[in-house]
Design a protein around this ligand. Structure first.
Ligand SMILES: Cc1cc2nc3c(=O)[nH]c(=O)nc-3n(C[C@H](O)[C@H](O)[C@H](O)COP(=O)(O)OP(=O)(O)OC[C@H]3O[C@@H](n4cnc5c(N)ncnc54)[C@H](O)[C@@H]3O)c2cc1C
Length: 397
């Protein structure tokens, strides 16, 4: 039998493509190496599946993709978060957005998404424990080999996820494609032996983290954990700086600005006024900013500001120390820890070799790609799945 489509990988992108193709009456074979479909969808978003991200305009999505960026605009315009929301709704799945824009199924259960896709996939032939080991392009069809059999398809969609491995990787390279070196993205920073880890659980709500000597910078809540730094601010920086961090073997410095209520200059003026009004108050006793008191005290201690001092005792040197502590805290990072809620691959099939409007290979007609296998990845928030959905839809047009 020659299938209309063979799909390699029954993850998010492959299953979504199969669901749509099957609804359109096409014959589809999914070859999946694992023993179930959509394994990552199941565990995604802490079991709730952060299925996409609510936006008003397509352009808002672009900054979330350090790899991909503007090139993805038309893909998202054709099928973006609104279209995904509508797609699910038409099939009986309601979604809701949280305050930060992340969207989940109304049930807050990833199984709802899996069941929905599976209903649309009735008629898709699924082969599990079927690792693809070779792909060959013939005149008008593809031959795809697992260890057990060889299958034929008129068109081929590779949706095998990040870090293409083994024989499939060799086959893709053999077809002439190039792979942008893969490195991990979305991880937290390890600070072994740093005293700050004693403050585990504390959050600086409005922190800015950056990598000195680069323009890599992110803002947001920063969480101190028992191994180092985490939270949206750090995860976003890990994504923006994924390649830099890999090149530096996960040994680098991160600069933290702990508050963003005032700019550094505004802080100087504020400091003089505060000293005058609260001159007799102890500096350690009360944090005038949105920072946990224990973190405030830790930063003062690190800046070598004596515990007995009142605001009125602080001179120019005290001001300089405080600015250093609040705005230019530099910490050495030694290693990373995978963020258990979501981690993705930076790198993959080079975008220059793919026509993004239909995710078709520019080198091999009839060969399409979708999802993390290509050199696109995003920060957390439902954006990685959105690319899986958008690229799958584009690929099967
Ligand atoms: C724990 C976790 C939680 C996440 N949560 C979220 C979230 O809430 N929101 C979000 O947007 N993103 C989330 N992500 C990221 C998201 O899961 C991925 O970006 C997305 O799954 C990519 O889809 P994909 O189809 O490209 O790859 P995958 O879903 O990884 O699927 C690829 C499939 O290909 C199969 N495969 C690989 N090689 C072969 C082969 N040779 N032969 C046959 N099959 C093969 C694999 O077994 C796999 O099933 C999360 C990731 C993780 C790890």
């Amino acid at each position: 039998m020659r299938y209309d489509w063979i799909i390699i990988g029954g993850g998010a992108a492959g299953s979504f493509a199969a669901a749509n193709l099957t609804e359109r009456g096409q014959s589809v074979l999914i070859l999946e190496k694992g023993n179930k479909l959509m394994a990552k969808v199941k565990v995604s978003g802490g079991g709730r599946c952060n299925v996409t991200h609510q936006v008003k305009t397509t352009s808002e999505l672009i900054p979330a993709y350090p790899r991909g960026g503007k090139a993805l605009h038309n893909l998202f315009k054709a099928f973006g978060p609104k279209e995904m929301e509508a797609w699910l709704k038409e099939r009986g799945v309601d979604t809701h957005a949280e305050g930060d824009g992340r969207m989940f199924p109304e049930t807050n259960d990833s199984q709802t998404i899996i069941h929905c896709f599976e209903r649309s996939m009735q008629g898709t032939r699924v082969m599990l424990s079927a690792e693809v080991v070779a792909v060959t392009k013939n005149d008008d069809h593809f031959s795809v080999a697992t260890r057990q059999s060889i299958y034929e398809g008129k068109k081929l969609l590779i949706a095998a996820g990040g870090f293409l491995k083994g024989a499939l990787r060799e086959s893709v390279l053999g077809l002439g494609h190039h792979i942008e070196e893969e490195v991990p993205s979305l991880f937290t920073f390890n600070l072994p032996n740093h005293p700050i880890v004693e403050l585990t659980g504390l959050v600086a709500e409005h922190a800015t983290a950056s990598i000195p000597g680069t323009s890599l910078k992110s803002e947001g809540p920063l969480l101190i954990t028992h191994w180092g730094l985490s939270g949206p601010c750090i995860l976003k920086l890990s994504s923006l700086a994924a390649r830099y961090i890999a090149e530096h073997q996960n040994q680098f410095k991160v600069k933290i600005q702990w508050i963003n209520d005032l700019s550094e200059n505004e802080f100087r003026t504020w400091f003089q006024q505060h000293r005058q009004v609260h001159g007799k108050r102890k500096v350690y006793s009360h944090c005038p900013f949105e920072l946990p008191t224990r973190l405030w005290q830790f930063l003062l201690y690190e800046a070598k500001i004596a515990e007995h001092l009142n605001w009125g005792d602080l001179n120019k040197e005290g001001l300089a120390k405080m600015i250093q502590a609040l705005y230019h805290s530099e910490i050495s990072v030694d290693g990373k820890t995978t963020f258990k809620e979501e981690f993705v691959t930076c790198g993959g099939i080079q975008l220059g070799e793919i026509q993004l409007k239909n995710m078709e290979s520019k080198l091999v007609p009839g060969l399409h790609f979708a999802g993390e296998v290509v050199d696109v990845d995003a920060i957390t928030g439902g954006y990685n799945f959105q690319f899986a959905w958008s690229s799958a839809i584009a690929a099967i047009q």
